[in-house]
Design a protein around this ligand. Structure first.
Ligand SMILES: [Zn+2]
Length: 854
């Protein structure tokens, strides 16, 4: 569709002549409960000024039909004014009123106004999700972040429903079988931040208030919503408790009163991402409402997201990036504040920085080593570019670099900078320079060169210790070598570790210093006794990959699990995983480390990361000749640790889930079946609904779950989650028919909702089924351009990423990927980027396999 992929140039041009005074948006969703109704009525009235009277412009709209367009009282013919993506208007006056009346489509892809009908009770639910540019699927908009305006929404919905939007509602008027909800005008906000949530949601309400510096009392009504059928599982008190701690904390740090009145948090079905920071009306994926037992890592993850979205009320909503190049100005900050807030606000999640070091940074390292990596401040030509940049660089590397900035410039300067930034740019738009100017004021440091090194270049540095000692075992010199593209200034800590009386590895010395250039000597280390372990980037101040000297690596092989400190141990785990990915440690050695030490890993989040990495090491990085044995070792290890784990604890649950993921021999699968049937028991382990599905998936993937049995489980759990997992189990069966059905359900029709697309892909792509899925590699490459052209970008991204023949780790598949890339230089850049990244994963796996074979 021409015009759908709005460019930065077009947005700049439009912003240079337009000022938007306000939107009035009227939506009629009374048809939503009727599955036969495909569309809803949308009427938008935009008041805007034009600096060049006589000029022409366009508004963005993706709608099946436009009924009427009126500009300044003049009716335009929709047939000529509307091209399927834009409504073109010309002859603008200095002051304009444009009205667009359209039929917009209910979404099944999570983009725009998503409609979901609950299989448990037949109730229908709606919510919107727009970022970066899907408001245009719901109303006519100038779809770019820097044309902020106040929005006034009116939503007519079924009488039994409630409706929420960014602002509180002013009136609710009964109409025939319906109610019309009129909302207060919002503060000036960007189009992608507007929101509507509607349906018979269950609501929990609360209140937050604080006395501001000027003595006035700030009152914030709080609410949290979920589908009615999830009510028994909804721990709203816990969510609202974290919410209140966060509001206290961010008020103290940011010094700017929460600007959006009330604070609603809706947990919504079939949500594509974690959550979205719509001002006053945050939406979350409803998997954060836990139907079954989850580990504390899941609670920590959810609390992190609550604080991340809350931080956006300031970073992103109050002050917004001008264009998507500076997406990091909100995402890096929010990502940083999620962990910072968990620790600082007094929540019970004290190990947030361990999780950050071990999981969040792994995402950044992976992304930053793709050939498609980019500086944190990116070059975003258009909306497709923007869509792909919600990535490990913009979030996790950006947050890591802010952590480094806090170490470099100091927390006081950082937060004083934030306060001035909000004061100076409230309700406005900014770029990198606006932030740097302020941080230079508050820190007194020249941050231009720091920003050039950290924000405007791509890639990750590697830091390696170089240690010499004398005959008595004293250090003569400890140096830090830096390589990996552009060298940067790193504020780091270096830790020296030795065994204590109990045999634990504990830190005996810590040196903090600035590493600059290719080689930096740690002067203070000279003369100390050579330690068992040298840990660079101890305390995780900077963003880098860390290597070890030979002796330290030997210490880790025999004693990684003995490192007493959780963060140091997580850093060591992270470093050996990077060695494995970089083909410097054989996959089987990494697996041996996990099998040896994961059983004593205290941090539950780290343990779950080890599980998924060990599985990935066997599936993708191990020599195929050893893969079978590696898989058996993992399953045996899982069973051993499951039996050894404390009854009823998080570790027991994590090992049970890992057993479900690795079970392959008759002993493991027999236990899986026994747990499902109730004939086998593990003391303290409750086999609840989500665990049951995990166990069924193990049987299905092993070819030991029949269609009737799976249907029986679905009948017992006829819920949204049950339906997804049932779909995944069907697709995970190791038969040509099951793979063909899953492939066809996704490729040959666009009827499936996003959640079931994902479930089919996940089931199809079981790595162990690589022989069955191999014949889909050729069709995959043939289909790419058609999929990209015909499907929404969200669904296309899932298909391109999920159906890539990732498990076919061989030269032939690599050659196929290369042939496609060579043969399609003009394919959409965003599509090429996705294929390049998958191709790079494949090449990395080949290198790792060669290392494991050697
Ligand atoms: Zn965010």
């Amino acid at each position: 569709m021409p015009g759908k992929n709005l460019s930065r140039d077009e947005a700049q041009q439009r912003a240079s002549i337009l000022t938007v005074d306000g939107y009035r948006v009227q939506l009629d969703v009374t048809s939503a409960p009727d599955p036969a109704a495909a569309t809803f009525r949308s009427t938008t009235t935009i008041a805007f000024r034009c600096a060049e009277p006589g000029a022409s412009t366009f508004v963005d709209l993706l709608a099946p039909a436009v009924r009427a367009v009126t500009l300044n009282g003049r009716a335009l013919d929709p047939a000529t004014a509307y091209d399927g993506a834009r409504v073109h208007v010309d002859g603008l006056a200095a002051e304009n009123v444009l009205t667009v009346e359209a039929d917009c489509a209910y979404s099944r892809t999570g983009e725009g106004l998503h409609r979901f009908t609950d299989p448990a009770d037949g109730e229908t639910y709606l919510y919107t999700h727009y970022e970066p540019a899907d408001a245009r699927r719901v109303f006519a908009t100038f779809e770019q972040p820097d044309l902020k305006a106040p929005f006034t929404f009116t939503v007519t919905a079924p009488a039994a429903w409630d409706v929420w939007s960014n602002a509180p509602h002013l009136t609710v008027t009964a109409e025939a079988g319906a109610r019309a909800w009129e909302f207060a005008p919002t503060k000036p906000i960007s189009t992608y931040l507007t929101a509507v949530v509607a349906g018979p949601y269950h609501v929990a309400r609360d209140h937050y208030s604080r006395t501001l510096d000027d003595g006035t009392v700030l009152d914030i009504p709080l609410s949290a919503m979920c589908r009615r059928s999830l009510t028994p599982h909804f721990d709203a008190d816990e969510i609202l408790g974290v919410t209140k701690l966060g509001l206290d904390f961010f008020h103290e740090r940011f010094g700017y009163p929460y600007p959006f009145g009330k604070y609603d948090q809706a947990f919504v079905p079939e949500y594509n991402i974690g959550a979205m920071e719509n001002p006053g009306c945050v939406t979350f994926r409803e998997e954060f409402v836990f139907r079954s037992r989850v580990t504390d890592a899941a609670y920590e993850g959810r609390a992190n997201v609550v604080l991340h979205e809350m931080a956006h009320m300031w970073f992103g909503d109050l002050v917004t990036m001008r264009w998507w190049d500076d997406l990091w100005l909100k995402e890096s900050f929010a990502d940083f504040m999620g962990s910072y807030g968990l620790v600082g606000a007094g929540t019970r999640y004290r190990s947030a920085w361990v999780t950050f070091a071990n999981q969040r940074k792994a995402w950044a390292y992976r992304q930053d080593q793709f050939p498609t990596t980019h500086p944190i401040t990116a070059d975003i030509r258009d909306l497709e570019d923007a869509k792909l940049n919600f990535d490990g660089i913009t979030y996790a590397k950006g947050a890591s670099v802010l952590k480094q900035l806090v170490a470099y410039a100091g927390a006081d300067a950082f937060f004083e900078g934030a306060r001035r930034y909000f004061q100076r740019h409230a309700f406005g738009n900014t770029e990198l320079a606006d932030l740097l100017d302020i941080l230079e004021e508050t820190s007194g440091r020249d941050l231009k060169s720091w920003a050039a090194a950290w924000l405007q270049t791509a890639g990750v540095n590697t830091l390696t210790p170089q240690l010499t000692a004398d005959a008595e075992g004293r250090i003569t010199e400890l140096a830090v070598l830096q390589d990996g593209g552009v060298l940067r200034p790193h504020r780091i800590a270096v830790g020296l570790y030795d065994r204590d009386a109990d045999g634990a590895l504990v830190r005996t010395d810590r040196f903090e210093l600035d590493v600059t250039g290719a080689r930096t000597v740690v002067a203070e280390a000279a003369g100390r006794t050579r330690p068992a372990l040298v840990l660079l980037n101890d305390d995780d101040l900077t963003y880098c990959k860390v290597r070890f000297d030979q002796e330290s690596l030997e210490t880790l092989r025999t004693g990684l699990g003995d490192i007493k400190d959780d963060l140091a141990r997580a850093l060591a785990w992270s470093a050996v995983w990077n060695l494995t990915r970089d083909a410097l440690m054989p996959a089987r050695d990494y697996v041996a480390l996990v099998l040896r030490f994961a059983g004593q890993e205290a941090n539950i989040g780290v343990l779950q990361t080890l599980h998924s990495q060990a599985k990935g090491a066997v599936d993708l990085y191990a020599d195929p000749a050893w893969r079978g044995e590696g898989g058996r070792l993992l399953a045996d290890g899982a069973l051993r640790e499951l039996r050894a784990a404390a009854p009823g604890g998080d570790h027991q649950l994590a090992w049970a889930r890992f057993l479900a993921q690795t079970a392959n021999g008759s002993e493991h699968l027999g236990l899986v079946r026994g747990l499902l049937a109730g004939t086998a028991r593990i003391d303290g382990l409750e086999v609840d609904q989500e665990l049951r599905w995990a166990l069924w998936l193990a049987l299905a993937a092993a070819g030991q779950a029949g269609e009737e049995e799976l249907a029986g489980e679905l009948a017992a759990d006829n819920t949204a989650s049950g339906r997804r997992q049932h779909t995944q189990c069907l697709a995970a069966r190791p038969t040509p028919e099951a793979k063909a059905a899953a492939w066809s359900a996704v490729i040959d029709s666009d009827e499936l909702p996003n959640a079931l697309v994902e479930a089919n892909i996940a089931g199809f792509a079981v790595p162990a089924h690589r022989d069955l899925t191999a014949l889909y590699a050729a069709p995959y490459f043939k289909l790419l351009e058609r999929v990209w052209a015909e499907r929404t970008i969200e669904i296309a991204m899932r298909i391109v990423g999920g159906f890539f023949p990732q498990a076919q780790v061989d030269e032939a598949t690599l050659a196929e990927a290369d042939a496609w890339l060579t043969g399609h230089p003009d394919a959409a850049p965003a599509l090429r980027r996705l294929v390049l990244e998958r191709r790079d994963d494949l090449a990395r796996a080949l290198r790792a396999q060669a290392c494991d074979r050697a």
